[in-house]
Write a protein that binds this ligand. Structure first.
Ligand code: ADP
Ligand code: MG
Length: 326
């Protein structure tokens, strides 16, 4: 009986036709083509109820986001999406929930041309657990690896930072909710747009890249450790989301430097590439900011307008410390 339901669910919500050249849902494995001269980029991210999302989150947003955070990893590698799989564990069969969830997932899957080709469906009384795996392709030796930053590189970020963190803190009750700010910030938290096209353009142009999921300083720290170098950032150049305007300065700084869940790209590139990067950003209508430079050593410093390191404020700067600053 249970397996009947499981197959019904798969047929009803997760069996979308696979594109030509692929074998999709229905067999023991999916089959995917790999283009000559390319490598396959593979990444998985899990979302666990209570830890990564609220139990009462809109299931359409959840379906969208489960795929979005994975696509963001492909973007950060410079890879083009090829296909994805979805492993889903749910406490009970709730058709309204499943319909909305699968539609949210499918919306982004279509937009990003990343078809769902397989997965697994199980029951978990403890709550919803979602694991998505994405597969993409990137030209051999063009992938944007974390260990590829070079001393003298510019450090860039896309978009504006801090909105998702602001929305999260308001929804968690850690900050007093302010209806106007929450309305502006919430879509960034719930429907992040992975920088796929821009990431693909960066492949072969930039050196190192990653997507900001745990906060700028912590994530940039991963690049610096992997590449064995340090960085000087200029705080005033870091693009803050306008929705943070007028907030307490220490809080604002913390959300910009340590705010997670934002899925913008942070990347390093030779200064010779500045014009090419700016032109690509204009072409794709992606805001980019040059926020600092890769230096020798292992310290990550954030400098004020006069070039002095910003003092570590209380709270929120642990990431900063973790990134190697004494
Ligand atoms: P198996 O017995 O090989 O584990 P399943 O019965 O779990 O296969 O799944 C049957 C088919 O449905 C497989 O092709 C599998 O990839 C696919 N599938 C199962 N769950 C999902 C899901 N949530 N989304 C997409 N495809 C799924
Ligand atoms: Mg299975």
């Amino acid at each position: 009986m249970r397996s009947d339901s499981e197959f019904d669910l798969i047929a009803r919500y997760f069996s979308w036709p696979a594109p030509a050249g692929m074998l999709g849902v229905g067999d023991d494995c999916a089959l995917l083509p790999v283009s000559h001269g390319f490598q396959m980029a593979v990444s998985s991210d899990m979302l666990v109820e209570g830890q990564h999302f609220f139990a009462d989150v809109d299931p359409a947003d959840l379906g969208y986001k489960a795929l979005a955070v994975n696509l963001s990893d492909l973007a950060a590698m410079g890879a083009r999406p090829v296909a994805c799989t979805l492993a889903l564990s749910i406490p009970r069969i709730d058709h309204d929930w499943l319909k909305a969830f699968s539609e949210g997932f499918q919306t982004l899957s279509r937009q990003a041309q990343c078809p769902l080709v397989g997965g697994d469906t199980t029951r978990n009384p403890a709550g919803v657990v979602i694991s998505v795996t994405v597969m993409g392709e990137v030209r051999r030796n063009h992938a944007l690896r974390r260990d590829a930053a070079k001393v003298g590189d510019d450090i860039w970020v896309t978009g504006h930072l801090g909105s998702a963190e602001l929305a999260l803190r308001m929804l968690q009750g850690r900050l007093p909710a302010d209806a106007a700010r929450l309305a502006a910030a919430r879509p960034v938290l719930e429907r992040p747009w992975p920088r796929l096209r821009f990431g693909q353009r960066l492949a072969g142009m930039a050196h190192a890249a990653l997507d900001i999921s745990d906060g700028l300083l912590q994530d940039l720290g991963h690049i610096l450790r992997a590449s064995q170098c340090g960085a000087d950032l200029t705080f005033d150049r870091i693009p803050a989301a306008p929705v943070l305007d007028g907030l307490d300065e220490a809080l604002r700084r913390d959300m910009i430097l340590a705010g997670g869940d934002c899925y913008e790209l942070c990347f390093t590139a030779s200064p010779k590439r500045r014009e090419q990067i700016q032109a690509t950003a204009r072409l794709l209508d992606v805001p980019v900011s040059r926020i600092g430079v890769v230096v020798r050593g292992d310290a990550l410093r954030v400098l004020d307008a006069d070039g002095n390191p910003l003092p570590h404020g209380p709270g929120g700067y642990d990431h900063f410390r973790a990134a190697g600053t004494p």
